[in-house]
Design a protein around this ligand. Structure first.
Ligand SMILES: C[S@@+](CC[C@H](N)C(=O)[O-])C[C@H]1O[C@@H](n2cnc3c(N)ncnc32)[C@H](O)[C@@H]1O
Length: 275
């Protein structure tokens, strides 16, 4: 691949998703885009770049971006945020006016394990939420991942990563060699395609936002922009959870680390007032 083709493809991916491809990612492009090249009958990445420069390449561009997302996820990933959520939800439920559901957003939800983990926490809390309804929204750029998430069908390997066996037995049904999330949990989650680079105000406000393990792929200005947007969408007493390798430090002063809680961030007082 010529440096010009690489720069073009990387520029396109960055503009469409925020994902930064550094110069050392040439090999990754070759391996991840191999199936797309074969299907399109293209001899290599230079030919793909040429095809994408032509008009009406929208669908192919979307496929390029999807192929370059990293979709790694697991149930109850990193543990701690879900422990924190277990303590947070009853407090938020008690603070809300009657009839108002708790709204939780799993932004960049990938194949759905994060949103279903949240649903399990809420289901397990049961009476501790005083009958309060919990609405979970799972969004991602990747339609393929959203389809998987909506299906709620996971392999033995996937359910063995992070999911306690009693939760598996209680909230999943075996289908052949795979496991389907129960209808009750699936009814708690709604799935929607959403790009974090887009204006999210139409999604409404949330009591809790999970935006984990996606900012790591963005550059600092994009991280700042997304974090600022999340700060404007979370309730003043709500929480934003980020991934273990992610932080707000140096990126926004509208979210502050929650004292003693790794990965949990609260809106700064001034941010809450500004909204
Ligand atoms: C590594 S997964 C994280 C999944 C989950 N949040 C977790 O922590 O386990 C990153 C996800 O971010 C999505 N993604 C990447 N760029 C995005 C963007 N601009 N808008 C929305 N989702 C994006 C990818 O499609 C991928 O599914």
């Amino acid at each position: 691949m010529t440096p010009d083709s690489f720069a073009f493809l990387a520029g396109l991916v960055k503009a469409r998703s925020g994902i930064v491809l550094t110069a050392d990612k040439g090999y990754m492009l070759e391996t991840r885009l191999g199936p797309l090249l074969r299907r399109e009958g293209l001899p290599g990445l230079d030919a793909l770049a040429l095809r994408l420069r032509a008009p009406r390449a929208e669908a192919l561009t979307a496929e390029l971006v999807e192929a370059l997302t990293t979709n790694e996820s697991s149930f109850f990933r990193d543990g701690k945020p879900f422990e924190h959520l277990k303590r947070l939800l009853p407090r938020l439920a008690a603070a809300r006016p009657p009839g108002q559901p708790l709204r939780i957003w799993s932004a960049a939800c990938s194949s759905g394990q994060e949103a279903y983990s949240v649903a399990m926490v809420a289901a397990e809390l049961g009476a501790a939420l005083g009958g309060r309804r919990v609405e979970i929204l799972g969004t991602d750029l990747s339609r393929e991942m959203l389809d998987r998430a909506q299906d709620g069908l996971f392999s033995q390997f996937e359910v063995q990563r992070g999911l306690p066996v009693q939760m598996l037995v209680k909230h999943f049904r075996q289908e052949g060699s795979r496991w389907r999330v129960s209808a009750e949990l699936r009814a708690m989650v709604r799935w929607q395609a959403f790009n974090l680079l887009d204006d999210a105000r139409g999604l409404g406000r949330f009591d809790v936002i999970f935006c984990r393990n996606v900012l790591i792929y963005f550059d600092a200005p994009t991280k700042s922009r997304v974090l600022g947007m999340l700060a404007g969408m979370v309730a003043a007493d709500g929480v934003v959870y980020l991934g273990g390798a992610e932080t707000v430090l140096g990126l926004t002063d509208r979210l502050m680390p929650a004292a003693g809680e790794r990965g949990a961030y609260e809106p700064a007082r001034s941010a809450a007032k500004a909204d």
